[in-house]
Design a protein around this ligand. Structure first.
Ligand code: SF4
Length: 552
């Protein structure tokens, strides 16, 4: 076998499965190998189940082989190795169907072909056994395809390794593939967002929704002080004082939110980290304390973020979008509040004044002038907000103006806790996407709260907190005594009140919203993550879709 140059032998080896990804789509290779993004979608799980089943059917030919060849620059696990008529043959098992040529003859898919050829070359290089062919079994149509290893095949493997090594050194993410059909079957489509990238380049494009509409995993709020979260087998175990133990299968949990003085064991924390379950902490007073950050990798993403957000012009452009997005949402909310009311003069005035200030936002020449405009908009919004509270609501629950730390009235204690829950969700999305929360583009690092989280919260404050809280007040869902805890001039939510607000907030997140630019609907819960991914595209050459969430 021809050897590769010494440059390759000094590098880490490439996984054979990474070559499979490269042949499928270079961007897929880059996302997995350089940006270290993986998703555990249904197809991946099904593939793993197939391999587990095959391992149970082990016969005398079966060998589970982990091989590495520094000379070749490859490593990987061969599915099966069998001897037939004195010849050694590697086998690869695929869950799906084979490719059919024009004459409907079964063929291997190009990426599968490269993969089995790479295994064949790896066996020759690592074990010194000559290989004449590899075989791929497609289980969905029960077809066996033979792939001969000839000089052309060896050259294709060598060329793919060199391309992979080059791409691994590149700071540039490859463009999306021209073959859209590949994307509909790609496990990384929800993080790659190929349709949104196409839309960014061509505003006439009508994107398919490859981003999941909803996340059906539960967000578990542990609200009772003294509750202990542990692990038992593949389940999380919740032990509450004086109550039966509750167990939750780990696949059903998306986030664990520990309020007040609830506890979590080290084993459960490790388990959550391994299963990509977000773990967040909120104080008994309703303040967001922090999140368990288990990010590994995604260094390239953060380097790109640092590069982009060190540019003052980029930050100003993004900040303008953000201020527009939030203020337009606030204004639309006030406009909705006019419906069915008699005395709307004050509201009308605030709405008109906001419109005038909004016109100045795109012309703001610095973050300071933008802050000034945002302050004016916030004053107009919160000044008009009391008019949205219905006359039938108890006077204790009316809104007299924004105050915080500590909240001085019931309305402020409700939206204050709502914003803490929102901050937790925005942090969860930032950590999921792999960005650096400490580096934002608008807010400055003056408080303990990470600036990027404060930036992104602006988009969601009105739809996820202000609107559902106002609706719950106007529906008289709050008990002015039982749901609140008054201590001197401070007003906190009682245990019952916190439980009720968590429910109001989580229900709102399950509602769907149609994105005005992409044209598809998804839940607010998914929108939180989509918006962070769209932000990341702003500095990755696929921008223009971030910050469009305006209340209708
Ligand atoms: S979604 Fe499409 S463009 Fe993105 S990695 Fe997958 S195949 Fe490539």
């Amino acid at each position: 076998m021809q050897t590769l140059n010494s440059e390759i032998t000094q590098q880490d080896t490439i996984r054979v499965s990474a070559l499979h990804a490269l042949a499928y789509c270079p961007r897929l290779f880059y996302l997995e190998e350089v940006e270290e993004l993986y998703t555990q979608d249904a197809a991946v799980f099904a593939g793993r189940r197939l391999h587990a089943e095959l391992e149970k059917q082990e016969d005398e030919d079966w060998e589970e082989l982990f091989l590495k060849s520094e000379e070749l620059g490859l490593r990987g696990r061969v599915d099966a190795l069998r001897t037939r008529d004195g010849k050694t043959i590697p086998y690869e098992h695929k869950r799906g169907r084979c490719h059919r040529d024009e004459k409907k003859q079964p063929q291997a898919w190009e990426s599968d072909k490269l993969q089995i050829l790479a295994y064949a070359c790896l066996i020759e290089s690592a074990l010194g056994i000559p290989i004449e062919e590899g075989r791929i079994r497609y289980h969905a149509d029960n077809v066996l395809v033979r792939v001969p290893l000839d000089e052309a095949g060896r050259a294709a493997v060598r060329e793919a390794i060199q391309q992979a090594l080059k791409l691994r050194q590149s700071p540039h993410r490859p463009p999306v593939t021209d073959n859209e059909r590949l994307c509909t079957r790609c496990s990384l489509a929800p993080v790659c967002l190929p349709e949104e990238a196409r839309l960014a380049h061509n505003r006439e494009w009508q994107p398919l929704r490859l981003f999941p509409k909803d996340d059906e995993r539960q967000i578990v709020h542990v609200l009772e002080p003294g509750t202990v979260v542990g692990r038992t087998g593949e389940q999380l175990k919740l032990t509450r004082r004086g109550q039966p133990v509750e167990t939750l299968p780990v696949r059903q949990v998306g986030q664990l939110v520990l309020h007040s003085f609830s506890q979590i064991s080290t084993q459960a924390l490790h388990f959550c980290a391994g299963q990509e379950i977000g773990v967040h902490f909120i104080s008994g007073g309703g303040r967001y304390i922090g999140s368990f950050d288990t990010r590994q990798g995604s260094i390239q993403r953060r380097i790109r973020q640092y590069g982009a957000l060190c540019n003052a012009e980029t930050c100003l452009t993004l900040a303008r979008k953000l201020v527009m997005c939030r203020a337009q949402g606030q204004r639309k909310f006030l406009m909705r509040g006019q419906r069915g009311r008699k005395d709307v003069e004050g509201l009308r005035k605030a709405i008109a004044q906001m419109k005038a200030v909004l016109k100045q936002v795109p012309k703001a020449q610095s973050l300071d002038s933008l802050l000034g405009l945002e302050g004016n908009l916030a004053a107009l919004y919160f000044g008009a907000l009391p008019a949205l509270v219905s006359d039938s609501v108890a006077s204790e629950l009316h809104f007299g103006g924004r105050n915080r730390r500590p909240p001085k009235d019931r309305f402020n204690s409700l939206i204050g806790f709502g914003y803490a829950l929102l901050l937790k969700d925005v942090m969860n999305a930032i950590l999921t996407v792999g960005l650096e929360p400490a580096l934002g583009f608008y807010h400055q690092p003056r408080s303990q709260t990470p600036p990027l989280a404060l930036d992104l919260m602006e988009i969601f404050r009105v739809p996820l907190v202000d609107m559902p809280v106002m609706a719950s007040i106007n529906k008289n869902q709050w008990d002015a005594k039982a749901d609140f805890d008054i201590r001197g001039g401070q007003v906190w939510l009682s245990d019952a009140g916190r439980r009720k607000l968590v429910s109001v907030y989580e229900r709102r997140k399950e509602e769907s919203w149609k994105h005005p630019v992409t044209g598809y609907s998804l839940t607010y819960r998914r929108l939180l993550e989509l918006e962070v991914r769209l932000l990341e595209k702003e500095w990755s050459g696929e921008g223009g879709l971030f910050g469009q969430l305006v209340v209708r």
